[in-house]
Design a protein around this ligand. Sequence first.
Ligand code: ZN
Length: 365
Amino acid sequence: MKKVLVIALVLISLFTLFIPGTAQAQTGLTVSPSLVTVSFPDSILLAISARSDVDITDIRVHYTVEHQSFATVIAEAKVAFTPAKEVTTQWAWDMRRTGALPPGARVTYWLTVKDSSGAEVETLPSVVKFDDVRFDWNTLEEGQVTLYWYDGDEAFAADLMATAQAALSRMLENTGAELETDVALYIYGSTADLQSSLINTTDWTGGVAYSQYGTIAIGIDPEADLSWGKRTIAHELTHLVVYQVTANPYNSLPTWLNEGLSVFSEGELSVTFAGALAAGEANDLFFSVRSLCSSFSAFTDQAILSYAQSYAIVAYLIDEYGPDKMRELLDVFKLGSGYDEAFIRVYGFDLDALNTLWQGQPVPA
Ligand SMILES: [Zn+2]
């Protein structure tokens, strides 16, 4: 809410101070509207031109990206050029250096230009949508979810949308948590296409959740990956819900709770996870709940057991204590609570006690 207010104030002040269209100062300093070139996923290029009766000495680009955060950050970049009465130059925002933006991200920017007489002009803010125009996207909208896809027919898209809606219902029913803002699902036609939309991918990635932007990108081949794709949609969408209801500047969720809710949302436990749980119990090889609070192991077997166990702990909490307690837990985490503190407050026991309790339960099939 605060962020919205801040942006509104900035916009209002800009509209009051400056005349729409070409900005102009007394010295004849004028700034033309910039030409914008979006090269997804690498860069946004602004072609800038300005003129004055005296030398132009300073040009800056100010920009901000719409996303969920706790403070509005407006970045400022000084544009390189040789001082002159007429300046034509360009400025590139190189995502390879600053980090990636998701498809569909909305960037608001404006320019401030000064000349040697001290005159200054600030242009009106413009919005650029950082769309992945390399593909011809179709759109399907339902409730708070918009699905974008280009490969596969309408039945394929409807199937994925039904999966997304079912995951949201399952979350609401079992945890009381629901989306607070709209989300976008970008379905790339293959893992290769998805990876071509990312910057600096070092490892294999099949799906990405840009939580702060309410955006998910997944590579799903309609012929080959459908069941995997549907699980991944449910999984990543749940991460967005959980992020939206718990994000705070002080603390994050225990990894097992975050991942456990996402696996829970996928529906029936996969054969791989069920097998890992059975083996874990047979060999008495479970990780402690406390150790699962931090990042999971990079080793595949250990990672699979970590996800499976996270599911089992979450399922235990929901089955045993109900959705209301889970909602309360998420609300307490929203306040930035410590892990033990949150569990003691909501359930009356800490993580060590939880560790003993859930292991006393039969392994979910
Ligand atoms: Zn996950």
